[in-house]
Design a protein around this ligand. Structure first.
Ligand SMILES: Cc1cc2nc3c(=O)[nH]c(=O)nc-3n(C[C@H](O)[C@H](O)[C@H](O)COP(=O)(O)O)c2cc1C
Length: 201
């Protein structure tokens, strides 16, 4: 009886540690920032990044602007027939996470440094603090519509980056085969682009 109790306690402790790896983001900032015309005027691509991490508030703001919910079950970016076929995965030095917009959490998918999978040959991607990976679900949208969603999501992120003075670049040059494994994607999912983000160097 005593041994069963000890084993159960150890198991529960281990389970709790596993689940604790998810990250609860602070609520996103949904107002303020630079005026929209200033942000558009300052939008540009950057390819030189400081290696320091971005804080969770910044991640929350960028992800919400990218593809969060701004109405009941509706998103900050359009999608064909409102299919909402795109997911944003977040690669940081410590691991890979799926942005769950409903709960505003980063759900842990893998541990370890997989930033190199976010590029085919661009060195700065491997040391920049954050890479968002846009993953489409082809069982929801089998045509080209999803690419328009990804474009809209990425532009929202560009504008918030401009508002915050951060650097960013959207890239279709990602290692799709490697990402399939490191993001643990299923047969219907495809990583179509990445967006590198960080403080400008
Ligand atoms: C669909 C698409 C794919 C892109 N792929 C890459 C890429 O793989 N690597 C990269 O460094 N930039 C990439 N870019 C960024 C463009 O090179 C960049 O937007 C362009 O040079 C114009 O510069 P600007 O964004 O500063 O206006 C891509 C942009 C788009 C829209």
């Amino acid at each position: 009886m005593k041994r069963t109790l000890i084993v159960t306690t150890i198991f529960l402790a281990m389970t709790a540690t596993t689940f604790a790896a998810d990250i609860t983001l602070p609520p996103p900032q949904k107002s303020g920032g630079k005026p929209i015309f200033d942000a558009i005027n300052e939008r540009h691509s950057s390819r030189s990044f400081d290696e320091s991490a971005l804080d969770n508030q910044t991640l929350s703001d960028l992800l919400w602007a990218g593809f969060g919910y701004n109405r009941e079950n509706k998103r900050t970016a359009p999608s064909p027939k409102d299919l909402q076929e795109t997911d944003i995965y977040v690669i940081i030095k410590e691991g890979v996470y799926l942005y769950d917009a409903k709960s505003n959490k980063l759900l842990e998918k893998n541990t370890g440094d997989f930033r190199g999978d976010a590029t085919m040959s661009q060195e700065f991607v491997k040391t920049a603090p954050v890479n968002f990976i846009f993953v489409i679900d082809k069982s929801k949208d089998s045509g080209n519509g999803a690419f328009y969603s990804v474009g809209a999501i990425s532009e929202n992120i560009y504008l918030v980056a401009a508002s915050k003075g951060l650097g960013t670049v959207v890239r279709t040059s990602v290692n799709k085969a490697a990402l399939k494994k490191s993001l643990k994607l299923n047969a219907n999912q495809e990583a179509v682009a990445g967006q590198t983000i960080g403080k400008k160097k």
